[in-house]
Design a protein around this ligand. Structure first.
Ligand code: HPA
Length: 276
């Protein structure tokens, strides 16, 4: 079965559960799952039940697709994502993005927990991703191009849509959220970086470092979606502060910013789904 046929099967299954075209997709990062409480008229589907999905394995990531509304905007929210470091092929990592596109979204908000590389950041900061650097050594578009999805050589000049960035910044301002801006460096993981790697990333122009988002952003750009990225700085990257990095602390920090993160997303989605 081709990838395209798998996407068709999965989307047919989802449309049977709720036959409404979602406008905005969201992928939730580590510890940011509570955002789903903001969705109304919810239909929740376990990844297990969706054809061609696999269960996710990381602690702090649940495997659910939630369809519903935020205000009058139809949304499709992935609670739990696939990471390449789990051993998933990049096709699997970006399957949710491609499926959301198949369901009809125009815009996608990618969220994550990351390490702060820019020394002006602190744990708990929210950062809008303005661009990325792919340090993973992987690209989900390697292999024969699937022409039904997008072009062979996608343009990445505006990988993070300037209009969506404007909406996020203006909503942050309205809500008094200090939303920073930064370049996200995507690594493979699963080890956290060494202090030397963090210094390298800073020299290269990275402000944040994390193990997700980049493949999804690439696949979303290939599909022609408008992409936004919001990162929660859960810790300063290795070597900046004299502490050991632990996933449990990172999850805990993400939980602390949940409220401002949620309200920023909710209000931005209402604007994104109702363009003037
Ligand atoms: N490095 C990589 N990924 C991360 C980090 C980090 O310091 N924090 C949260 N995700």
């Amino acid at each position: 079965m081709t990838l395209f046929e798998k996407l068709e099967e999965a989307s047919a299954y989802i449309k049977k559960q709720r036959d409404v075209r979602p406008q905005v997709g969201v992928i939730l990062g580590s510890g940011l799952g509570a955002f789903v409480d903001q969705i109304q008229d919810k239909v929740t589907l376990a990844y297990d039940d969706i054809p061609h999905f696999k269960q996710t394995t990381v602690e702090g990531h649940e495997g659910r697709l939630i369809l519903g509304k935020i205000g009058n905007v139809e949304v499709a929210v992935m609670q739990g994502r696939y990471h390449a470091y789990e051993g998933h092929h990049t096709d699997q990592v970006v399957f949710p993005v491609r499926l959301l596109a198949r369901l009809g979204i125009d815009s996608i908000i990618l969220t994550n927990a990351s390490g702060g590389v820019n020394e002006s950041y602190k744990a708990g900061d929210l950062v809008m991703i303005t661009d990325h650097i792919n340090l993973s050594g992987q690209n989900p578009l390697v292999g024969p191009n699937i022409a039904e999805l997008g072009p062979r050589f996608p343009d990445m000049t505006k990988a993070y849509d300037p209009k969506l960035q404007e909406i996020l910044m203006s909503q942050a301002k309205t809500q008094g959220v200090d939303l920073k801006k930064g370049v996200y460096a995507g690594v493979l993981g699963p080890t956290y970086e060494t202090p030397a790697e963090v210094r390298m990333i800073r020299i290269l122009g990275g402000d944040l470092v994390g193990m997700s988002t980049v493949p999804e952003s690439i696949a979303a750009n290939h599909l022609g979606l408008s992409v936004a990225g919001v990162s929660c700085v859960t810790n300063m990257a290795a070597g900046i502060e004299n502490v050991k990095l632990q996933h449990s602390d990172i999850k805990e920090q993400a939980l602390k910013v949940m409220q401002k993160f949620s309200s920023l997303l909710v209000e931005s989605i209402k604007i994104i789904g109702n363009p003037q």
